[in-house]
Design a protein around this ligand. Sequence first.
Ligand SMILES: [Zn+2]
Length: 455
Amino acid sequence: MRPPTVTFLGGVREIGGNKILLEDGPDRILFDFGPSFSPRTEEFYVNYLKPRSTSPVKDLLEFDLLPRIEGLYSREALADADLSYRAPEVHALFVSHAHADHAGHLSLVDPEIPVFVGRGTRRLLHAIETTTPSMRYGDHAWKVFEDRQPIRVGRLEVIPYPVDHSIPFAYGFVVRTSEGTVAYTGDFRHHGPRAADSRAFVEAVAAERPAALIIEGTRAGPDRRADHTEEGVQRGIDRLLEPTRSLALACTYPRDVDRLRTLYLAALAADRELLVSTRTAYLLTEVAPFLPDGTLPVRGAARGVSVYARKKKRVFTWEEPLLDGALDSTEVRERGGRYLLALDLLHFPELIDLRPPAGSPFVHSMSEPFTEDDVDDRVLHNWLDHFGLRFHQLHSSGHASGPELLEIVRRIHATVVYPIHTEHPEAFGGTGPGARSPELGQPYPIGVPGAAPSR
Ligand SMILES: [Zn+2]
């Protein structure tokens, strides 16, 4: 009989776009289904230039930006495409976490295929859909999994393990096949508030003596960008706020709940109130019941957090209750020293009304730009220069560092290692005889005798 195989349909030599197909006899499951944000995609679709909503699969297949698989896409998504609709031939799709490069193409998937997500992720995806009209994940037979509780799909058994990443409810997976165990890390790190989860996952995987390890390698290879732990970010902001008497501003990723907590704790330590957008306030309220620690800046439940009401014409229904008691630019301009305002680049026109005094700090709590000629970065600095604000870079990555990744690979000691979600698979070359940079669309057998290096 044919051995089980793993096929990489995305995430090969690029950061994001993971799509991993695991087949064992008649049973076929997918892990993650996100668009890649690689330069290759951006040759064709960028910013507001997107595939047509009437024929998304056709428009992506045109440039080989999607796998050409039957029995996966919905009838609706396949409209006009030269790929015919077939009843589902994929039996389950597991989503490691709610970031777009892992979940962003779910809307194309046949609604008959069960989609497995963590309990918190289900709520998070719902909150994202509510607050971001352009984000749609589609209708699915959603299935919620519990930490470390096995799920059987035919002869495959999938065990989800929580891991630490820059979005809550991220998972790695252990998959038992008929010829050995495959582990997939999703995206993870060892230096955030849930580092112990990542370590426990690595130990559980090592104990399985897996036939294959599929590991993310975002920060493998050359990486000169500064990085801190989450605690380091807070200490940095504490130091900035201590001597500051004027308004302080910060920007971060909208779903980085850990960073929002860090901003909140820094604001509290400096006797300031954290001001967040309605979108952030909504998201935090939705996910808080799934996070046990009780230190989230949930408006109405925690002290020292309020909503900042920016000027806009249209108020959505979900925003209305959050705007009760919100502060506007007049209040924040007059008593700036009382606040730490989380302000996205998109909402920078508020600065025209806020007029923070020259020298006020702006904390960029996100990745440094990947390229020298990043447009957003240039525009951000133009605004800061115009208002005389001081720029500070303080960020903690969602991904394990290059040396940590190599250490993890050595610890797990899998027969074969497939680095994905990386531009530098070759950086894993020194980790033993089993590291192998996968080719897109090529099925790799699992647990084939003779392929194993000696232990
Ligand atoms: Zn990712």
